[in-house]
Design a protein. Structure first.
Length: 292
């Protein structure tokens, strides 16, 4: 009885593994068709100046609106795209879609508006990135400084010299650069000092602990100082509450992004935000002593 039970178990696992592999192959096949089928969408999350409460721009975050799987977040398909050549096509789609969107919003009169796109290490280091970015900017005739490229620090690990060279070429075009998820990669400060980045994005795990964890507070404080010493804007990701925003303001963060302001929204929901003078009342964030 024991033997057959074991056999059953082995069969069960084999079947599980097989169906997982099949699921994944199907997902990959459908993902390949997602661009021609128009199933990818960019959502936009506002980035806000902490002192004035005004919008500074948006981060574009990809979603896959699949008829089979529903609306999928990037975590469910970007890693698979990165393991295949699909990431290349997705990367170009994101770039051209974001630049067209910038053009459209500029034409509506919001000429100050900038958009940040995320780029995987695989895309960034492929050598054609600069050419495509330059082409997209020219095609839609937008000022280069209205496009920001977000890179994770782990990027520099693969081929730091090549990454830094690409960064310099992008800076020459006028494109802005941000270091994403700062503090959770292998922070090589030796490379950070060589990055010609404009913005340091503090990862949301630190923002999460701001109000109850003195260590997180100390880290956020230090990273903000570090950003400023390197002449970068300090942007905190993932602020969900007013008390987190208040802490960030007290520590001297420049910008904030998170559910406290807004979740990522589809492009049609951006227009009402653009029409607001402010995303919050900055007086509410001042220390009590200064409020009167
Ligand atoms: P990321 O660039 O660090 O983006 C921030 C993530 O945090 C987004 O998740 C956003 O929806 C989420 N977020 C923002 N505010 C809050 C908050 O207050 N609380 C919490 N809990 N989460 C918040 P999302 O959209 O699922 O994206 C996940 C990651 O996928 C991104 O992290 C980025 O690394 C990657 N990604 C997104 N879009 C693209 C893309 O177009 N291309 C590539 N290569 N990667 C992308
Ligand atoms: Mg990002
Ligand atoms: Mg991030
Ligand atoms: Mg992230």
């Amino acid at each position: 009885a024991k033997k057959s039970e074991q056999n059953n178990k082995v069969h069960y696992y084999l079947r599980e593994m097989q169906s997982e592999a099949e699921d994944r192959m199907l997902l990959e096949k459908r993902l390949r068709e997602a661009i021609p089928n128009n199933e990818l969408v960019l959502y936009y999350q506002p980035q806000v100046d902490l002192r004035s409460g005004t919008l500074t721009g948006f981060e574009a975050l990809i979603r896959w609106n699949s008829p089979v799987y529903g609306l999928l977040p990037p975590g469910r398909f970007i890693p698979i795209a990165e393991e295949t050549d699909i990431i290349k096509a997705i990367g170009y789609w994101v770039l051209y879609t974001a630049c067209k969107q910038i053009r459209d919003w500029h034409e509506l009169g919001y000429e100050w508006l900038s958009v940040a796109i995320n780029m995987s290490a695989a895309e960034f280091c492929n050598g054609e990135t600069v050419v495509y970015i330059e082409d997209a900017i020219k095609k839609y005739n937008i000022p280069a400084f209205c496009l920001e490229v977000e890179l994770t620090e782990s990027l520099s690990l693969n081929d730091p010299e090549a990454s830094i060279e690409t960064m310099h070429k992008l800076k020459k075009l006028g494109v802005r650069l941000a270091i994403d998820d700062f503090g959770v990669g292998y922070s090589n400060l030796g490379y950070l000092k060589l990055f010609p980045a404009d913005c340091l994005k503090i990862d949301q795990v630190f923002t999460r602990g701001l109000c109850h964890n003195p260590e997180d507070r100390a880290i956020v404080n230090t990273v903000i100082q570090l950003a400023h010493s390197l002449s970068m804007v300090a942007l905190a990701e993932g602020a969900e509450t007013e008390s987190e925003a208040r802490q960030l303001c007290a520590l001297g963060a420049d910008r904030v992004q998170g559910y406290w302001i807004a979740r990522p929204v589809p492009p049609e929901d951006v227009i009402p935000m653009l029409q607001k003078a402010r995303m919050f009342d900055p007086k509410l964030l001042m220390p009590t002593s200064e409020r009167l």
